[in-house]
Ligand binder design. Sequence first.
Ligand SMILES: [Zn+2]
Length: 313
Amino acid sequence: MVRIGIDVGGTGIKVGALDKGMEIVASSSIPTAKDLPFAVQVEQIVDCVLKTVSGAGLSPDDIESIGVGIPGIASAATGEIIKCTNMGWNHVPFREEFRLRLDKPVLIENDANVAALAESVAGISRNTSSSVFITLGTGIGSGIILNGKIWSGFHGIGGELGHVIMKLDGEPCTCGNHGCLERYCSATALIRMGREETSKRPDSMMLTMADSDPMNITAKIVIDAARAGDPAASDVFRRYCEYLAQAIGSVINFLDPEIIVLGGGVSKAGSFLLDPIRALYSQYVIFRDQPMAEVDLAVLGADAGIIGAAMLS
Ligand SMILES: [Zn+2]
């Protein structure tokens, strides 16, 4: 028997078949097709699942369950996907449509929750019962694991650390509010701060690396320039780390998990990010003379979505 994990991403949908030991035995992928009718999108996903299973030398009878991680929210009770902007899905009966074609248990979860679960079972936070996973990407995703299970709230809309407000009347957010944490801690925030800094300090290496156009500045450019010792980029990165350390301190004050795991694009900076964060976050914790959560980097990388989705039960 295999468990199927489906990772619905921004540009592609990845499908993996996992054996009892949670090893990926076969995988395939298809591009996301936002503009196709919903039924056709589901049909393509089912076809990709069937292809993956036959690629492992198995038949549909060998499928135990199907887990789906989406950048959005779904109802666990009805299997309806409430919102998934990448796919153009708004209140679509995903599980019902899927089971018309392949009648297996189908579980759907938010992708950050899925990655949190994957890390807590097979990654850096394994052997812990409580953890918070934070993805530092275009936005901020977060997943909470309590007693080994995903906690997404009583109504399924919790765990949205990115939209906890950090600053009154702060930066406008895609959610409609101002000053949300993801406006200060995401890769997008790092880029914005980099661009703002170069307007004041045009001699910055960031601008040279961006071919003199601030619009070309990426999170990687800010990090690389900071790593190379550019004073403007170093100031930006230090401020970014302060914001992130504050966010981590707030998570500890509120939830006190065993570990906080950082993933997503910015976490690729590795120890260049982790070292300052580890040096800074405890000052924002109220009981700072007590033992507190470790902060570490995610280890599962691109397969976390497939692995975590397959683990849904
Ligand atoms: Zn927001």
